[in-house]
Design a protein around this ligand. Structure first.
Ligand code: AMP
Length: 395
């Protein structure tokens, strides 16, 4: 696996695919700069070697050229974070971009306008990728968030750099973290899968059964498993058409010696609302008119005991409706348990969609080993898929 450290960037122009798809408020101010901060180590390495950086990214989902999606809005934020002034090219390809790149000197940074102002980006167009490739000497992919897309800047462009392409620090870290869980993790290995639906996690569950010793299933997914085994789940969320699959997963887990842990009790509510009446109930005895919206106290203890004995932990998906304060406690308790296990030497990876939001909201970011920057890319990695952006560097 070729990384930044395999190259010396002195007098070289590094064409870097970063993920600067950051959220902006109504005044076009960046509200969460995590993705820009995450790209910093790669950019600094190139500059310290004596090279220059051409940064390319998408922002949002523009239809053609739309001013509100211009990367110019984030220019000053990127300058603040990197501590240097940055040049801006009004177009990511063509004479404007080429001239700006030709004039770039060692130590300088050029930010290109939104790649998705050209539909060729998402189409993975060869000619568009070729135009991008002319801007740099070495191609670096450091955008994990888009590594599952075969777009021009994330995948196709790599073929124009047969021997001069590599992963940036961020992407390399993401790959290593996933490998630590899926391949080289110290045993016992645990996966905690929560969230709303079995259907959106099923490929992950099937892939992960070969890699883990313990699997905690929580959140809304719980009730499909409980009902499939004959439990009464009241009005809890359930996918009736996935009950056979749930039974099959339990069977496969037994054959593969994986211990599945489901909640034993829940915080049940008489409406899907933070203001609803609540009761602690056995997970198999929820009457009609009530629905399970969080893990109960016995489940928290049970999960704590599992988490604390594991050396490698993957966490994807909340254990309850964490967006509502009254149903966030199970997710917070799990975060506390994973933080404690991490403190005791376990490797913990949090990734994919809402679990990252939960981890940030409740302040666990610095108490776990690694928080992934990619939602969809992380989920596809856990499903066992080879991401096109990663494959293109390895080819
Ligand atoms: P996912 O994107 O699949 O990880 O699902 C995350 C969503 O699952 C969050 O918005 C939670 O509110 C929701 N969720 C978690 N537990 C439950 C539950 N018991 N009932 C309904 N929704 C849930």
């Amino acid at each position: 696996m070729k990384t930044l450290n395999d190259f010396n960037f002195e007098d070289k122009k590094a064409l870097i695919r970063v993920d600067f798809n950051v959220p902006l408020d109504d005044n076009f101010q960046v509200t969460d700069a995590t993705r820009i901060i995450s790209a910093k180590p790669t950019i600094i390495k190139v500059l310290e070697d004596g090279g220059s950086c051409i940064l390319m990214s998408h922002l949002g989902r523009p239809k053609g050229v739309q001013e509100e999606f211009s990367l110019r809005h984030i220019l000053s934020k990127v300058e603040d974070i990197l501590g240097v002034s940055i040049k801006f090219a009004e177009n990511c390809v063509g004479p404007i971009a080429q001239e700006a790149s030709d004039n770039l000197k060692p130590g300088e940074i050029l930010l290109l306008e939104n790649l998705r102002f050209h539909e060729e980006e998402k189409l993975g167009d060869q000619n568009f990728a070729k135009s991008l490739s002319k801007l740099g000497d070495i191609y670096i992919n450091d955008a994990f968030g888009t590594a599952h897309r075969a777009h021009a800047s994330t995948t196709i462009v790599a073929q124009f750099f047969p021997d001069t392409k590599c992963f940036g620090h961020l992407l390399a870290q993401e790959i290593e973290s996933i490998e630590k869980v899926m391949k080289t993790g110290e045993k016992p290995v645990l996966a905690v899968l929560g969230g709303a639906k079995v259907s959106s996690k099923i490929t992950i569950i099937e892939n992960i059964l070969d890699k883990v010793d313990h699997l905690i299933i929580g959140g809304g997914m719980t009730f499909t498993f409980i009902k499939a085994q004959g439990g009464a789940i009241g009005d809890s969320i359930c996918e009736d058409d996935k009950m056979d699959l749930a039974i099959e997963i339990m069977k496969q887990a037994k054959e593969k010696n994986v211990q599945i842990h489901l909640p034993v009790d829940v915080i049940a509510a008489n409406a899907f609302s933070n203001d609803a009446d609540t009761q602690i109930m056995d997970v198999t005895e929820i009457p009609n008119g009530w629905q399970g919206l969080d893990a109960g106290p016995k489940s928290k203890t049970l999960f704590h005991d599992v988490v604390i004995q594991c050396k490698t932990i993957l966490w994807n998906g909340p254990l309850g409706v964490f967006e509502m304060e009254n149903f966030a406690k199970g997710t917070i308790a799990l975060g506390d348990s994973i933080a404690e296990a991490t403190k005791n030497g376990a490797f913990s990876l949090v990734g994919g969609g809402d679990s990252v939001a939960a981890v940030k909201q409740f302040g666990f970011e610095n108490k776990v080993s690694y928080v992934s920057t990619g939602g969809g890319a992380m989920l596809e990695s856990l499903e066992g898929k080879t991401l096109p952006g990663i494959a293109a560097i390895l080819e």
